[in-house]
Design a protein around this ligand. Structure first.
Ligand SMILES: Cc1cc2nc3c(=O)[nH]c(=O)nc-3n(C[C@H](O)[C@H](O)[C@H](O)COP(=O)(O)OP(=O)(O)OC[C@H]3O[C@@H](n4cnc5c(N)ncnc54)[C@H](O)[C@@H]3O)c2cc1C
Length: 310
């Protein structure tokens, strides 16, 4: 419950345009901890550094104020450029996209623009042996995202595209069951948005318990599972679960965010687990940055200290 209060307070404060101005003017050093770069060469450099530690990358171009169909198409084009450049530099084109950034919900030529652009991106990534994960946004977008995910798996296969389920939502276990026929590649997360109590668990213990259920059920069903958390206790439990249920190490991976628990990421890779880091980049970093700050009270202290240092 306290987590929710903290998250709401941080997101309210950081939503204030004056606070945003201060962070943009004086917080560059702090922002760098979570946002690798503002451009493609920078994010590819970060991916190559991780590779030296045996850690893969998920490349995420950040978007903001993307509204018109033209802007959505332009954003999709930037992701296509990213895939081209990643391939050219020998970085696996494993990307994450938010369907809303590429036109989800906008009908152009009789079809949802998000679906059209997702097809362009998945086609290009597949051409180079890459992968596209459809990030999950707030709860009003879940139905459409899962329906579009089903369509895209039907067209490109479950080795080309995956999606995300959030354990704070009451509905996610049912959603997981309903997707099982696709043998889908799913990233399990706790959830990063401010959701109403009519749709989401508010107590951390409930979110964590549901997280374990989602991961275990998905693994036991024989599906590829991306365990996307920094929660060390859950990570240990998943390792144990895999061991006692004979789930091979090539059927799951641990995923974490750039700048968070780098020590743990390296450690898991050294132990022979698959590990992948989600690297967000781009000039539109502010909303992503505020969600990271809202995730743990320790970050507020980190921000205040950084700001005082100037
Ligand atoms: C690869 C990846 C992709 C994601 N994609 C999505 C998505 O598509 N949709 C979505 O809603 N959410 C997404 N998330 C975010 C996720 O929902 C959580 O908000 C986030 O991962 C924090 O939860 P946690 O599982 O680490 O557990 P928590 O219980 O929040 O944290 C466990 C511990 O991890 C550390 N930690 C966690 N967050 C931070 C932080 N910001 N700074 C410093 N330490 C931290 C702390 O030590 C904390 O005690 C993604 C997360 C990852 C790792």
């Amino acid at each position: 419950m306290l987590d929710q209060v903290y998250r709401k307070a941080v997101l309210t404060v950081t939503g204030n345009p004056n606070v945003e101005k201060i962070v943009r003017a004086r917080g560059k050093g702090l922002v760098k901890r979570f946002v690798a770069s503002e451009d493609i060469p920078g994010v590819l450099r970060a991916a190559k550094e991780l590779e030296q530690d045996g850690i893969g990358a998920i490349l995420d171009q950040l978007g903001e104020f993307i509204d018109s169909p033209e802007q959505c198409n332009e954003f999709a084009q930037q992701v296509l450029d990213l895939i081209e450049q990643a391939h050219a530099q020998g970085v696996e084109p494993y990307v994450s996209i938010k369907l809303s950034s590429v036109g989800q919900g906008k009908t152009v030529n009789g079809e949802d623009l998000g679906l059209t652009n997702a097809r362009r991106i998945i086609r290009k990534a597949s051409e180079y042996g890459g992968f596209v994960c459809l990030d999950m946004e707030d709860h009003p977008l879940v139905d459409l995202t899962l329906a579009q995910f089903r369509t895209l798996v039907g067209e490109f296969g479950n080795k080309a595209v995956g999606t995300v389920l959030q354990s704070y939502l009451f509905r996610s276990l049912k959603d997981r069951d309903s997707l099982d026929d696709l043998q889908p590649n799913i990233r399990m997360v706790k959830g990063a948005y401010l959701e109403p109590e009519t749709v989401a668990y508010k107590d951390k213990a409930d979110v964590d318990a549901n997280y374990r259920r989602l991961v275990y059920q998905h693994m036991k069903a024989g599906n590829y599972t991306n365990v996307a958390t920094h929660d060390e206790k859950i990570i240990d439990d998943v390792k144990h679960f895999a061991l006692i249920h004979d789930i091979p190490r090539d059927q799951f991976e641990f995923q974490m965010l750039y700048g968070i628990r780098r020590d743990l990421q390296k450690d898991l890779a050294l132990q022979g687990y698959r590990v992948r880091t989600y690297i967000a980049y781009g000039p539109a970093w502010y909303p992503y940055f505020t969600r990271r700050i809202a995730e743990t009270p320790r970050n507020a202290l980190f921000i205040v200290k950084g700001m005082l240092k100037g």
